[in-house]
Ligand binder design. Structure first.
Ligand code: ASP
Ligand code: MG
Length: 411
C-alpha cells in the first residue's frame, strides 16, 4: 500500500479535541488507501514546561536526564493519538523512539539520527496495522539511553521516516497554512508561497522562520523527500499548503523569495586583540568548544598590530561566550583589552535562489534600510542570502521595508 507520513506539531495536538481533529485527517488518508506513519509533537507548551523543570532542578543538568524528562511529552501524545484512532475503528499502535528503534548518536539534547530499521513497523503493517503513531523528537543512543533531536526535532523525525519508508509525501501539519514570504505577525502583506526551493527553505528555517527545523529540510533535500507544510485547522486537499521541493520544480521564481529575521541576537566585540596568524583560531576555537553558535564574524582593519574582532551569537549564549573568552585570556592564548556585548540587536535577511543570477539585490536592500534611517552594524552575504545586524527596535520596520522593496506581496 502507498504510504504517507503525517506530522502534527504541538498546537495541532494541544488538547484532546485537537488530537481528535488531527485523527480525522489521518482517517481520511487511511480511507483513501494509504498506510500512514503519524509523527506527533508534545502538546503545545509541554516541552517548555519540561525544560523549565529540568533547569529548576539542576542548572548544570546531566544531559542524559534532560533527555529522559524532555522526551516524555511526545510519549503522551503518541499514546493518546493511537487511542483516538482506535476509537475511530482504525487499527493504530503507538511507538516510542526506542521501540522502533530510531537509532541516534549519543549527543544528548542534539542527537543525530543514524538509522531507522524498518522491520518492526513493516511487520505490523503486514499484520493489518494501518497507522503507526511515532513519538517525535526522540531516539535511542548506542549506549541504550533515550536521546532527543534538538528543539523542533519532530520535523526531522518525520522526514527521516518518510525517507526510510519511501513515503509518497511528508505532510507537516501545523498552526499556519504554509510558508510565507515573511512572518504575517510582522507584515500584514506577507503572502503564502505555493512552492519554495529546499535551499531557500533551509535559509529561511535557519534564519528564524520557525516553520520547520533546519535539519529536517537538510534531510529532505538530501533524500528528495516531498515535504509539505499545511494547516491542521483548515480543510485541506492535495493543493493546500506550501510544497518544499527541488529548484527545477518551481516555475515562476522571484529574485527574493522571503525576508527572515532573528530577534534575539547579540553582538560581541573583542577590543584590541593582537593581529597575528592564528588569532581567529585562538578566539573561535574556545567558543566552539563551549558550544557557542557563532554566526556573523567581522575583523576590523588593524592598527599597530592590533585589531577588533566582532561576532554575533544568540543572546542567551553571551554568558557562555564571555566565560570561554575570559578563560582563554587567563590562559594566555588570546589577549584583548575589553569584551563588549551588545544584547539589543536583531538579524534581518533576504533570501532567494534568484540572487545567484541577479546583481543589485544588496544595494537595493541597503537603500531600503537607509530610507528608514536604520543603521547597519554587520553585513554578511552568501550565494542566496544577505543578512544585516541592526538595532532590535528597528527589526519590524526593516522587515516591512524590505518586504515592500522586493515586491513580495504580489504573486
Ligand atoms: N516537542 C519538541 C519541541 O518543542 C519537539 C517538537 O515539537 O518538534 O521542541
Ligand atoms: Mg515545530
Amino acid at each position: 500500500m502507498p504510504l504517507l507520513v503525517m506530522k502534527f506539531g504541538g498546537t495541532s495536538v494541544g488538547d484532546l479535541d485537537r488530537i481528535k481533529n488531527a485523527a480525522q485527517k489521518v482517517k481520511r488518508e487511511v480511507e483513501r488507501g494509504y498506510d500512514v506513519i503519524v509523527i506527533v509533537s508534545a502538546m503545545s507548551g509541554k516541552t517548555n514546561e519540561l525544560v523549565g523543570w529540568v533547569e529548576q532542578t539542576s542548572p548544570l543538568f546531566d544531559a542524559r536526564e534532560y533527555d529522559a524528562v524532555v522526551s516524555s511529552g511526545e510519549n503522551v501524545t503518541a499514546g493518546l493519538m493511537a487511542l483516538t484512532l482506535q476509537e475511530m475503528d482504525i487499527p493504530a499502535r503507538s511507538w516510542q523512539g526506542w521501540q522502533v528503534p530510531l537509532k541516534t548518536t549519543s549527543a544528548h539534547s542534539a542527537a543525530r539520527i543514524e538509522s531507522i530499521p524498518r522491520d518492526n513497523l513493516d511487520a505490523k503493517f503486514g499484520e493489518g496495522m494501518r497507522v503507526a503513531v511515532i513519538a517525535g523528537f526522540q531516539g535511542i543512543s548506542p549506549e541504550g539511553r533515550i536521546t532527543t533531536l534538538g528543539r523542533g526535532g519532530s520535523d526531522t523525525t518525520a522526514v527521516a521516516f518518510a525517507a526510510a519508508f519511501d513515503a509518497e509525501r511528508c505532510d507537516i501539519y501545523t498552526d499556519v497554512d504554509g510558508v510565507y514570504t515573511t512572518d504575517p505577525r510582522i507584515s500584514d502583506k506577507a503572502r503564502k508561497l505555493d512552492r519554495i526551493a529546499f535551499e531557500e527553505m533551509l535559509e529561511l528555517a535557519s534564519l528564524g522562520a520557525k516553520v520547520l527545523q533546519t535539519r529536517s529540510v537538510e534531510l529532505a533535500m538530501r533524500y528528495k523527500v516531498k515535504l509539505r507544510v499545511l494547516s491542521s485547522f483548515e480543510d485541506t486537499d492535495e493543493n493546500s499548503g506550501t510544497l518544499v521541493c527541488d529548484e527545477e520544480d518551481i516555475v515562476e521564481q522571484n529574485v527574493v523569495s522571503g525576508v527572515a529575521y532573528q530577534r534575539d541576537e547579540a553582538k560581541m566585540t573583542l577590543i584590541s586583540v593582537a593581529d597575528r596568524p592564528g588569532i581567529a583560531a585562538a578566539i573561535f576555537g574556545p567558543l566552539a568548544e563551549a558550544g557557542v553558535n557563532v554566526d556573523m564574524i567581522v575583523q576590523n582593519i588593524s592598527e599597530d598590530g592590533r585589531t577588533d574582532m566582532t561576532f554575533s551569537c544568540p543572546v542567551n549564549q553571551v554568558a557562555r561566550a564571555s566565560e570561554a573568552l575570559t578563560k582563554a585570556k587567563d590562559a594566555g592564548s588570546i589577549n584583548f583589552h575589553e569584551l563588549v556585548a551588545d544584547t539589543d540587536v536583531a538579524k534581518v535577511s533576504v533570501v532567494g535562489i534568484g540572487m545567484r543570477s541577479h546583481a543589485g539585490v544588496a544595494s537595493q536592500m541597503f537603500e531600503a534600510l537607509s530610507r528608514e534611517n536604520i543603521n547597519i552594524r554587520v553585513i554578511t552575504t552568501s550565494e542566496i542570502k544577505i543578512s544585516v545586524l541592526i538595532d532590535r527596535k528597528y527589526m519590524e520596520l526593516a522587515v516591512q521595508a524590505l518586504h515592500d522593496t522586493f515586491g513580495l506581496e504580489k504573486a
